[in-house]
Design a protein around this ligand. Structure first.
Ligand SMILES: Cc1ncc(C[n+]2csc(CCOP(=O)(O)OP(=O)(O)O)c2C)c(N)n1
Ligand SMILES: [Mg+2]
Length: 284
């Protein structure tokens, strides 16, 4: 990483996955950047007015329009003849998979010269843990409660990597806080390319997931080792797995680390194992 651009004293929870990712995004890509930050935990913890933990130019935008604002900044820099400053978005899954998705899709369709980083903590966390389309099946949130009728969330997670890749942008990748060197490699590679780049990063949330603050990095590894989170890269349409677990661990090991999955029965775990096994059949 380059020089210090993300300072101590932010208000993130102990063990927050996003704060680790945020620091690496800013310090790996900065300082010649303009950071566009959608409303989310990342904005709340980094910029409680009048303080900030960020050492780069920053604009906080509404939940739904980060991709539109970033597009405007790209145009303004172009009008100024500035060909070096990177425009980087940092946004949550709610702002990306759901509410800001129209703007994201428009940005990708125009192939704007923006690097979009989505940290995926699998729910709307800063408003108290409501489910998003990134929430995995069976996870308990306040709006996918566990009861007699519903076993937590009923649906699978939205396949955002494939959806973004369908826009045929130059670079799409997934990463995890558990593999930080891989994330930094992907950030550097994406930043060296023109056009729209998109990286989604697995980001454990201590209070929302009911995990111990000490296990964030372990959970970020386990989700990959069980095969629940694939680490991929799609460069100019060519897809590669950037990490393949030697032997996939049983998914139950991952579910056991978090209270949001505490209610899962053997059958539910079996269903998820079958789902993951099927997902991996295509990898050969
Ligand atoms: C249109 C709109 N709806 C709802 C809100 C309230 N709101 C602010 S942040 C947020 C959740 C953000 O979720 P996500 O993008 O996943 O980031 P996280 O909080 O999980 O870090 C919500 C619902 C809002 N600001 N604007
Ligand atoms: Mg979220």
């Amino acid at each position: 990483m380059a020089k210090k651009l993300f300072y101590p004293g932010h208000t993130g929870c102990a063990g927050c996955g996003m704060a680790i990712i945020f620091r690496h995004v800013v310090e790996t890509l900065g300082p010649d950047m303009i950071l566009v930050n959608a409303t989310s935990c990342s904005e709340i913890i980094s910029t409680p007015y009048p303080r900030t933990c960020l050492g780069v130019p920053y604009i906080h935008v509404t939940f739904e329009n980060a991709a539109s604002v970033a597009s405007g900044i790209v145009r303004a820099l172009k009008a100024q003849g500035n060909t070096h400053t990177k425009v980087v978005i940092f946004a949550g899954d709610g702002g990306t998979y759901d509410i800001g998705f129209g703007a994201v899709s428009g940005m990708l369709e125009r192939n704007e010269n923006v690097l979009y980083v989505c940290y995926d903590n699998e729910a709307y966390m800063n408003t108290g843990n409501q489910r998003s389309s990134a929430t995995p099946k069976f996870a308990r949130t306040t709006t996918s409660p566990v009861g007699k009728i519903h076993p937590g969330k009923d649906m699978f997670k939205k396949p955002i990597v494939e959806i973004v890749a369908a826009h045929k942008v130059p670079y799409v990748a997934s990463a995890s806080v558990g593999y930080i060197n891989d994330l930094n490699d992907k950030l550097r590679k994406a930043a060296s390319m023109d056009g729209s780049k998109f990286i989604v990063v697995f980001s454990p949330c201590v209070p929302g997931w009911g995990e111990d603050p000490s296990v964030t990095l372990d959970v970020g590894k386990l989700v990959v080792e069980t095969g629940l989170w694939k680490m991929v890269e799609i460069v100019d349409g060519k897809r590669t797995l950037t990490y393949r677990p030697k032997e996939r661990k049983p998914v139950g090991e991952y579910f056991r680390t978090q209270k949001r999955f505490k209610h899962m029965t053997k059958e539910m775990i079996g269903e998820m194992q079958a789902h993951v096994d099927k997902e991996w059949e295509m990898e050969g």
